[in-house]
Design a protein around this ligand. Structure first.
Ligand SMILES: [Zn+2]
Length: 345
């Protein structure tokens, strides 16, 4: 058996993309750039590639045949999982003169990878024709940019990144590494476990605000169990929706797996909490009202016996890619997991 006996085998394939863009006019963006990027990208995609009138767009069957709506419109159904997550630029700078570069990324789940040409064209058009960020004088235009390069990332292979597109070529190269799969996750978990002492400390670093709702309440102080619970739920639901073959009945699988898992998660101890709350507000165009986006930033040090990590590591590794909590399409809940070797903090 290649994976922990606790977890079902998940046939989820993930592609991580990094975009490098260069401003061609001044660009003014908020400190947290996920909402602006997602809004602009989604707008371009729908306007350029969806031929349907709005009433037809709302039909559930429409997204099965329309690439733009497969990627974006399913968002109107709050229960529907989206086939992507966003990794916004991590800089909090807001003013970018012509020539400045920014890096951000997108994670595509399962079949969304087949829509790569649409994903990329929308980023290009966004930079060249529609713009990004605040409207600026004299023409009240949003910031323009060129898409300089696109990389496919594979954190679990020896060659971590491959160039798949470079401006001004028109060809996109298929990455040799292929997708991130469950065997990459299982192999990495095994490698980590062999190197970890017992007890072992893992550092969980939040790149973007983590917004977890647990039992109807917003989690303002980090607690491992609700974090882990939300993560596993999301992972199974994504495997049901985008896995090939799909995980049958994710909810039933969760009910079977969780009772054995939560007592293990309860043994994870927070040895240091270096988190802080980033109080962010955004605007939801779907709900037509301001939307709170605040969440936990910073990091926590987590300690548990090695055999406990052995049981919990796979979902935690997946989580680095799928992100967790609210608003992952706007870039929230992106974290990194780092094992600490002796003496490191
Ligand atoms: Zn459509």
């Amino acid at each position: 058996m290649t994976h922990s006996a606790l977890w079902p085998e998940l046939h989820l394939q993930i592609h991580l993309l990094t975009f490098e863009i260069r401003a061609t006019t001044r660009m003014v963006l908020p400190p947290f750039k996920g909402s602006a990027l997602r809004g602009a990208w989604k707008g371009v995609l729908t306007r350029a590639y969806c031929p349907a009138p709005p009433e037809e767009r709302a039909q559930p069957a429409h997204a099965d045949t329309c690439p733009a709506c497969y990627l974006t419109e399913r968002e109107n159904d709050a229960e529907a999982r989206k086939p992507y997550a966003l990794r916004p630029p991590l800089t909090r700078e807001t003013d970018f003169p012509p020539g400045a570069t920014l890096t951000w990324g997108m994670t595509l789940f399962g079949p969304a990878w087949l829509l790569l040409p649409y994903v990329l064209s929308a980023v290009k058009d966004m930079g060249e024709a529609h713009g990004l960020g605040r409207r600026l004088p004299p023409q009240r235009q949003r910031g323009r940019f060129t898409l300089q390069a696109v990389y496919a990332e594979h954190p679990f292979r020896s060659q971590h990144r491959e160039l798949i597109y470079a401006h001004p070529q028109t060809l996109v190269f298929i990455p040799q590494n292929g997708a991130i799969t469950s065997s990459d996750i299982a192999n990495t978990a095994k490698k980590w476990l062999n190197a970890l002492p017992s007890p072992a400390t893992l550092r969980l670093h939040f790149h973007t605000p983590l917004r977890i709702v647990h039992e109807g309440k917003l989690m303002r102080t980090f607690a491992f169990v609700p974090f882990f619970q939300r993560l596993v739920e999301r992972l199974f639901l994504l495997a049901q929706e985008f896995g090939d073959p799909s995980l049958e009945d994710a909810r039933a699988t969760l009910r079977a797996v969780m009772p054995a898992t939560l007592p293990l998660a309860e043994q994870v101890r927070i040895v240091e909490d270096r988190t802080w709350w980033w109080d962010l507000k955004g605007y939801s165009s779907r709900l037509k009202r301001p939307q709170p986006l605040g969440g936990l930033m910073g990091e926590v040090l987590l300690e548990a016996p090695r055999e406990i990590w052995g049981q919990l590591l796979e979902p935690l590794l997946w989580g680095q890619m799928i992100q967790v909590g609210k608003n992952v399409v706007k870039g929230q809940g992106w974290y990194e997991l780092i094992p600490l070797t002796n003496g490191q903090k």
